[in-house]
Design a protein around this ligand. Sequence first.
Ligand code: ATP
Length: 466
Amino acid sequence: MNKAGKLSSDASEKGDLRMPAKVDMDKIVSLCKRRGLVFPSSEIYGGLASCWDYGPMGVELKRNVRDAWWKAIVHERDDVVGLDTSIMMHPGVWAASGHIDSFTDPLVECKSCHLRWRADAIEGKGCPKCGGELTEPRMFNLMFKTSMGPVEEEASTIYLRPETAQGIFVNFDNVITTSRKKLPLGIAQIGKSFRNEITTGNFIFRTREFEHMELEYFVKPGTDEKWLDYWVKERFDWYVKLGIRKENLRLRQHGKDELAHYARDCYDIDYLFPMGWSELEGIANRGDFDLIQHAKHSGKELGYYDAEADEKYVPYVIEPSAGVDRSVLAFLIDAYDEEEIEGEKRTLLHLHRDLAPIKVAVLPLSRNEKLTPLAKEVFNKLCPNFVTDYDDSQSIGRRYRRQDEIGTPFCVTIDFESLEDKQVTIRERDSLAQIRVPIEELDKILEAKLKGEAFDASPLWATREK
Ligand code: ATP
């Protein structure tokens, strides 16, 4: 949550014209539709504003983003554990966290066309659509309300969570007492969040239903500044490691007037989206605000006893909070490329191998009764180990292009020679280099390449795709 006191938060979304992004959003939206990454929600009914569905390729890409985060944050460390809490929580949680009072944006409505706008995200005095007069701003709570149980009465009003963080804070004691871990300790969660945003848009950048990847890292007060610096660096490096170019990322510290009510300090990692620099992830020092608030409102003590030092304290918390969907968008934009090969345009995604929806495509040179059994055999051998696609429709050139467009790092081609010599060709997406390898060793070779081993461009067997 970063609403309160953040009145000019979206200035950058209107477009920072200093450094125009190299690809416009329409190209990304169209590629996503064409190749089964992202579809408009309920499309056959005309769609639903700001809601999107992930198609067969998109669901793989999104899973890979989540998995890469979980691996880096939970599995590769011994000081972070995972959690999965419910979307609907006791309403007291949101009173304690400040969401009921402060999770608001200033809303204005056009008196002639009745469109609603976020007061802080528009320029000038009139309606951006028709120029009409706007109402005075009123604060609009962004939480979705619903009612629990069959009777819609005040007592049963609950909210869909606008962040996953609160599920972590209210379980702090459960985790500390059952995990037998010492501080500093992180608790991580990935899950859906809901915000009734006034202004949505820019494809999956800002939607009303989205997925959060949040870490609450509990530390001893006094060590919080050091840990904030640590996590800012870790998170920045994560995007770079997964292929985002450094020059398209920047760090921005929040000014004092911009900090949310719970934050002592906060940095945004911004990405250069086509509409300008905009937030990709926020990393905040939340101090002891949340544990103190929940202790006060629930009546349960929430603190930590350090047995070695025989001392008791309420931990401070450092929170890196990222959006899965917004990360997917940044990875797609950064990976997008168009090049010309021998007079023909090639569109490709230079996605990092860990993120690519399909790792290997098995492509028989043509749909032919002699080739099919061997090609199927190769596919069956690979698919238990790698996400593998089998495609024998249309020309081989077209099939390569299709795989390039979804960022498949390796294509394996089976040709008539393969029937004789039991070898196949591996083609690498970015360099277009090809190597011929024995089917026997295919698994092992692909595994090494998918772990980052250089693609062997040995002149003996490497050629460039004609
Ligand atoms: P913004 O200023 O863009 O509204 P925020 O500062 O309120 O975002 P946080 O509460 O810090 O966002 O959430 C952390 C991350 O969750 C954001 O950096 C973004 O990646 C993602 N996120 C937040 N709101 C949305 C949304 N409406 N749609 C998609 N992703 C979102």
